[in-house]
Design a protein around this ligand. Structure first.
Ligand SMILES: *Cc1c(COP(=O)(O)O)cnc(C)c1O
Length: 225
């Protein structure tokens, strides 16, 4: 795993160089959804500090058994009845895909006197299997979610189209980037466009080219080569 971490970091650095970007502005979320707490600890020993999980019950058990300092982001579809389990353990929910979910996060935050950073998930590929707001609904969703005082919008998240066609993947990322810039110019209270979360194991170089500053990478870090 040490080698794959180095390989990924090197590839990120190369992509940044090619596109005149500073690699320090790119955050790597290590998607640990398929690996054990022991492997998470090993990743921490190798310099990874931010992890992504997509299943609440698995994640809760894992986080409780990891004995080293780490930060966790929730990246999967979240059912409203499990929100209360996520609030105390996660720093960010990247996958807010409905206003109803945001409202539930508000209610649960209020109960425990916390607040939550979130990303608004956009379905940029139009694939029906994917969660997220339709691109044309996104600004309206942001307007409604930002009215929730304990829910802080920090950016946008998407999953690129599942295809070999690089142009289609790039179009998804470009669409998210355009929305990101558009929302930024609106300068709305309780909305910060800090994080553009896009790019996974198979497409993160394209995401970097299209402006991603948060990559969510699982297999390229954790699967045995
Ligand atoms: C699993 C997952 C990833 C990581 O995918 P890999 O192909 O393993 O890099 C990223 N984002 C989300 C939302 C995921 O569910």
């Amino acid at each position: 795993m040490k080698d794959s971490i180095l390989t990924v970091k090197q590839r990120i650095a190369e992509c940044c160089e090619k596109t005149n970007r500073d690699a320090n502005e790119i955050q790597l979320v290590a998607v640990s959804k398929t690996v054990s707490a022991a492997l998470v600890e090993q990743a921490i020993e190798n310099g990874i500090s931010l992890f992504g999980e997509n299943r609440v019950l698995d994640a809760v058990a894992k986080i409780e058994s990891v004995n080293k300092e780490a930060t966790w982001h929730f990246i999967g579809h979240l059912q409203t009845n499990k929100v209360h389990k996520v609030i105390p353990l996660f720093d960010m929910i990247q996958s807010v895909d409905s206003v109803r979910l945001a409202e539930k996060i508000q209610i649960e935050c209020k109960k425990c006197n916390k607040s939550m950073n979130i990303l608004v998930q956009v379905n940029t590929s139009g694939e029906s299997s994917k969660y997220g707001f339709a691109p044309e609904e996104t600004i309206q969703a942001v307007e409604r979610i930002r009215a929730l005082p304990s829910v802080h919008i920090r950016g946008l998240m998407t999953i690129g189209a599942l295809t070999e066609d690089e142009n289609k993947i790039r179009a998804c990322f470009r669409l998210l980037r355009d929305l990101f810039e558009e929302i930024k110019t609106l300068d709305l209270p309780n909305v910060r466009m800090d994080f553009l979360s896009m790019g996974m194991s198979d497409d993160y170089p394209i995401a970097i080219e299209e402006g991603a500053n948060m990559l969510r990478i699982g297999r390229a870090l954790f699967s045995k080569q």
